[in-house]
Write a protein that binds this ligand. Structure first.
Ligand SMILES: Cc1cc2nc3c(=O)[nH]c(=O)nc-3n(C[C@H](O)[C@H](O)[C@H](O)COP(=O)(O)OP(=O)(O)OC[C@H]3O[C@@H](n4cnc5c(N)ncnc54)[C@H](O)[C@@H]3O)c2cc1C
Length: 472
């Protein structure tokens, strides 16, 4: 477990009055390593434990849709903590001032771990300001990202052997303690108040949305967030779809995927829990080779949720240019540049993409599914991203447009997977293929190819609205 922890020790001995856990990325109680460690220190030191979440409406790409899902998660956490005798305090503030104020009287502050640069910068800025020890526990990856590799990996094939060997060895996480530790939220709130930080007086729920300054044009969806909903989704998938995952996952009409991505993104569920659950049920198979993904459904699923997902963590951690097409490998940028002048079937601007006004009914249906439900099936997501590349005048702008749409509308957007997913459409983590117009050596996708895989017309019927309402 040691390699899951990063410690920064201040010069001063810690003689604080509380243990503070700043919940940033692991919005759950189950399999939350930071919470478990903070609880143990609180028990051993006799100090109260405070759990703080910072609800920051200025967070990049925050909108009513993502906040509704986030609030579901906080409501769940607040209830689960209460059952343990603890309180969740929600500051209505960016993290840096709120955590700094809450830590003034802390003996130790625990962080969890999100992977995008914005979240890392927040953690580093806060850690620099604190006078007490800070311990960060990494529990949203099967194996901590820098333990697996220290460079931008070429592809899943290069990451897989390193990751899966370590993932197989990984011991399970300590559990949250049942009882015996208390919070003193009124003292924490007094410190926040003195620093001019607003906080919630009541348990967080979706009802709070009406009072928050958020972009409401991206409306909440009915998909429920939170730890219990994420577990229910996992259990349903495990019972009814996992055994056909390898055959059904690429047919959007069968909904053969797990639907876990939003829950994983918001930290309502950890992949470590999934590994543990599969082991407990005897479904986990030790890979016979770490080189290739196994062919059976469980191995295929693990290859997505462990290898592909943590390849994305690797990309955003070790490639500082992942937010633009400059993050692509040289061969991909070179070939796309060589085909810059190729005539396109059509070209579109961001507003036309956003309102689904292309000549292609499949693409428009995919965009409608994304914009209206916050979810887009994985197979169509590839087609959707590839066509943005194909029908844009400039690949650099296409990269930005795909990210913009993904991060604005997808419930699992603003995630390392968002960057790696878009980058994959442009050649990242892939190899050169045969030369084609516009794509050059980058793998292309066609409507004809889609039709061979699934009933495209049925999908289009499901997701073609009578009228597409342009967001103003
Ligand atoms: C253009 C584009 C944009 C994408 N944007 C996102 C995004 O914003 N957020 C996101 O989580 N995924 C993104 N992906 C990856 C993938 O499409 C989704 O993770 C997957 O479709 C989510 O559905 P699911 O949870 O039902 O997946 P399942 O097939 O059930 O897979 C289980 C989990 O494995 C992981 N996973 C599956 N496929 C991939 C993949 N190709 N790369 C990385 N991890 C994967 C996810 O965490 C997923 O939840 C994107 C892919 C593309 C091509």
């Amino acid at each position: 477990m040691e390699h899951r922890l990063t410690r920064t020790f201040s010069e001063r001995p810690a003689r604080g009055e509380r243990i503070l856990y700043w919940m940033q990325a692991s919005v759950r109680v189950r399999d939350n390593l930071s919470l478990a460690l903070a609880q143990r220190q609180a028990r051993d030191s006799g100090l109260p434990l405070e759990v703080l979440f910072c609800l920051d409406t200025s967070y990049p790409d925050a909108n009513a849709r993502s906040f509704a899902f986030l609030l579901d998660g906080l409501e769940d956490v607040a209830a689960s903590l209460e059952a343990l005798g603890l309180t969740l305090t929600v500051a209505l503030s960016p993290a840096v001032p709120a955590v700094t104020a809450a830590a003034v009287r802390a003996a130790t502050v625990y962080f969890d771990c999100a992977y995008l640069p914005f979240a890392r910068q927040q953690r580093m800025e806060i850690a620099r300001k604190l006078a007490c020890p800070v311990i960060m526990a990494e529990d949203n990856a099967a194996v901590p990202v820098t333990t697996v590799s220290e460079k931008d990996e070429w592809s899943a094939a290069t990451l897989r052997p390193k990751l899966m060997r370590l993932a197989s060895l990984e011991p399970f996480l300590p559990r949250a303690l049942e009882t015996g530790i208390a919070s003193r939220p009124s003292e924490l709130k007094a410190d926040l108040h003195s620093a001019g930080i607003a906080f919630l007086e009541h348990r967080p729920t979706r009802a709070l949305l009406d009072h928050l300054p958020l972009d409401r044009k991206v409306a909440p969806t009915l998909l429920k967030g939170g730890e219990s909903a994420a577990w229910a989704r996992w259990e349903l998938f495990r019972e009814t779809k996992l055994e056909t995952y390898d055959q059904n996952r690429n047919d959007p009409n069968l909904d053969g995927q797990s639907g876990l991505a939003p829950g994983l993104h918001f930290g309502h569920l950890s992949p470590v829990s999934l590994m543990e659950d599969l082991k407990k049920l005897g479904l986990w198979k030790e890979p016979t080779s770490y080189r290739k993904a196994g062919e059976d459904p469980v191995s295929k699923f693990l290859d997505e949720v462990l290898v592909r997902r943590e390849l994305s963590f690797n990309y955003v951690r070790f490639n500082p240019r992942h937010a633009t097409w400059l993050g692509l490998p040289d061969w991909a940028r070179k070939t796309l540049t060589n085909h810059y002048q190729d005539p396109r079937t059509a070209t579109y601007q961001r507003a036309e993409w956003e309102t689904g006004q292309t000549h292609d009914s499949i693409w428009n249906a995919a965009q409608y599914q994304l914009a209206s439900t916050g979810v887009l099936h994985g197979y169509l997501r590839m087609y959707w991203g590839k066509k943005i590349l194909e029908w844009s005048a400039d690949p650099a702008q296409a990269y930005l447009d795909a990210l913009y749409l993904n991060n604005k509308y997808a419930l699992d957007g603003r995630d390392p997977n968002s960057y790696a997913g878009v980058a994959w459409c442009f050649g990242k983590h892939d190899r050169p293929w045969g030369e084609r117009a516009v794509y050059g050596l980058v793998r292309c996708m066609t409507a004809g190819g889609l039709r061979k895989k699934f009933d495209v017309d049925r999908y289009v019927r499901r997701f073609t609205p009578p009228v597409l309402t342009p967001p103003s």
